[in-house]
Ligand binder design. Sequence first.
Ligand SMILES: Nc1ncnc2c1ncn2[C@@H]1O[C@H](COP(=O)(O)OP(=O)(O)OP(=O)(O)O)[C@@H](O)[C@H]1O
Ligand SMILES: [Mg+2]
Length: 257
Amino acid sequence: MGSAIHAAGLDVGYPGPHHPTTVLSGLDLDVEAGTFLSILGPSGCGKSTLLRVVADLIEPLAGEIRVLGETPRSVRSRRDVGFVFQDSTLLPWRTVRDNVRLPLHIGRGSLTRPIEDKTEELLALMSLSALADRFPHQLSGGQRQRAAIARALLGEPRLLLMDEPFGALDEITRDRLNDELLNLWRRTQTTILFVTHSIAEAVYLGERVIVLAANPGRVVADRDLKTVKLPGNRCSREDPAIVATMAGMRAALEAAS
Ligand SMILES: Nc1ncnc2c1ncn2[C@@H]1O[C@H](COP(=O)(O)OP(=O)(O)OP(=O)(O)O)[C@@H](O)[C@H]1O
Ligand SMILES: [Mg+2]
C-alpha cells in the first residue's frame, strides 16, 4: 500500500521569547496508506501540532517527516491533504456552497492538479443541499462542521486530517457522522488521521489507535484493532471485545495523563 506518514525522531515546537518550546520530541510514527488512524492524548500533548506539521503549517525543529513519500511542502502544493480543524473555519461572508467550493478559487495558479467541481455532490453527501445558500452564522455547529468536512473532501485528498471534528455535536449526530465518515473512507481508501478526546469514538472509527503523552509529546501506546474488528473495520459498540479494547485504551490514556 505504501507509506502515508513516516516520522522519525521528530521534534516540533513553537518559537518562545528566548528559545523554542518543544512540544513533540523524538516522535516516531509510521502509518500505512489507506489506514484509519485514531489519535488520543491529554489536552495540550501535541495532537493538533502533529497534524499541523503533517499539513506543512509548521516546520519541524529536527527529525524526519515524509507524507505520502514526499515532503509535507510538496504534498501540500498538490492539495493532496484535506484538513478539518478543531473549530470549523468557514468564511463568514461566504455561503455554505461558496465555502465548500473555496479550494476551487484559492491558489489556482499553483495547482498542479485541477480540482473537479463536485460541490453539489458533497453538499448532498453531507445533507447540506437545502442549506447551501445560507451563511455560516445561520447554521448549527454540526452543520458548520459538515460544511468544513465537505470542503476538505473537495479535492479528493489522499490524506485527510481531522482534528476533533465532531467534538461539539450531540451523540446521535456524532454517531451518524461517524458512520458516514466510515462509509466515505471505505469507498475512497483515503488515509485518515483522526484526533478525538472520545475513547469510544477512537476505537469505533480507527483500524489503529495511538495515544500521545505530553512533556515531551510522543507515542506511548499503539494498538492495531484489525484483529478485534470485523473485515472492513466494522464493529458493534456493544461487542465485548470492543468494550474491552475501550477499557484498555482508557488505561493507556490515564497513564499518559
Ligand atoms: N502557536 C503556538 N505557540 C506557542 N505554543 C503553542 C502554539 N500552539 C500550541 N502551543 C502549545 O503546544 C502544546 C501542544 O498544543 P496542541 O494544540 O498541539 O495540543 P493538543 O494535544 O491538540 O491539545 P487539545 O486536546 O487541547 O486540542 C500546548 O502546550 C500549547 O499550549
Ligand atoms: Mg488540539
